[in-house]
Every structure is written in C-alpha cells, then in structure tokens.
Design a protein around this ligand. Structure first.
Ligand code: CA2
Length: 151
C-alpha cells in the first residue's frame, strides 16, 4: 500500500493567484495541488490535498490524518499560524512528521505573522520559496519517512 501525505491549507488560500501576486505569485491553489501530486508521485506517495477557511475543519482533518495512518502531514496554516491553540493541540496528537509551509518568508514580514504555534510541533519549516516550497517539503518529508525517488 502506498504511503499517504496529508497536505492541508488554511484560510484564504483558496484565493491564491487572484490578488497580491507580488507576494504570493500567480499560481492558483489548483496549480499547487498539481505540483504536489506530481512531486509525490516521484516518490510513490499518495496525497490528500485540502483547504479550509474553518479552524475546526482543519482540526478534524489533522485527527483524520492520524486515524487513517498518514505517513506525514504538511500544513500551510495561513492566519491560524499565530492564533490557533486548537490546531496546535491537534498537531500534538500526531505521531508522524509535520512540515509547516509558508509561501512567503513570514520572518521578513509584519511582526504579527512571526510567532508560529505550528513551528513548536513541526519537524521542519519552509518559508519564502513561493509555491515551490510545497515540492521542497514533499522531498524533505519523503526523506524523513524513507520514501525513495522512483527511477
Ligand atoms: O506565506 C504564506 O503562505 C502565509 O501562510 C499566507 C497567509 C498569511 O496569513 C501568512 O502570514 C503567510 C495568507 C493566506 C492568504 O493567501 C492569499 C494569497 C493570495 C491571494 C489571496 C489569498
């Protein structure tokens, strides 16, 4: 059975590509999903890719990742990065590696974007590579879970 990565995206990321292209680029979330599926396929990994504007739904999906025995979880928590104890608590229950992703370098932005609860439980953090950060995160996670690139 192929291993599965959960890739979760937080509030407003459904609007990716529709505004602030100077910060976030022109790609849509559908483009990000395609990139993730193509990258994961190289490592023989399946992907569950989702976005929600609701905190509780993200919490439910984190719990689902544990219940369904996902091999790893990637999360762009967006604005919940710095506010959500509920997401932090849900991530604490996960026994698999967590990678936090941000399209922009949150540390070079407003101070309120910088204190991440998710970073406290993440194995790794990727920020500032644009949407390519998702591909980098999959490659890094593949290494962590022992998934090898296919020839
Ligand atoms: O850089 C990131 O990936 C962020 O997680 C994006 C969040 C922001 O609150 C974080 O501080 C950093 C914003 C998500 C909304 O993204 C949009 C991008 C373009 C158009 C509309 C929404």
């Amino acid at each position: 059975m192929p291993k599965t990565l959960y890739i979760l995206n937080g509030p407003n990321l459904n609007l990716l590509g529709t505004r602030e292209p100077e910060k976030y680029g022109h790609a849509s979330l559908a483009d990000v999903e395609k990139l993730c599926r193509e990258t994961a396929k190289r490592f023989g990994l399946d992907v569950v890719f989702r976005q929600s504007n609701m905190e509780g739904e993200l919490v439910n999906w984190i719990q689902e990742a544990q219940a369904k025995k996902a091999a790893g979880l990637m999360l762009n928590p967006a604005a919940y990065t710095t506010t959500s104890i509920a997401i932090f608590d849900a991530l604490l229950t996960l026994k698999v590696p967590i990678v936090e992703i941000h399209i922009t370098n949150i540390h070079a932005r407003e101070a309120f974007r910088q204190n991440s609860y998710v970073s406290k439980v993440a194995k790794a953090v990727i920020a500032g590579f644009g949407i390519n950060g998702y591909a980098l995160a999959i490659t890094g996670l593949a290494g962590m879970i022992g998934a090898k690139a296919k020839k």
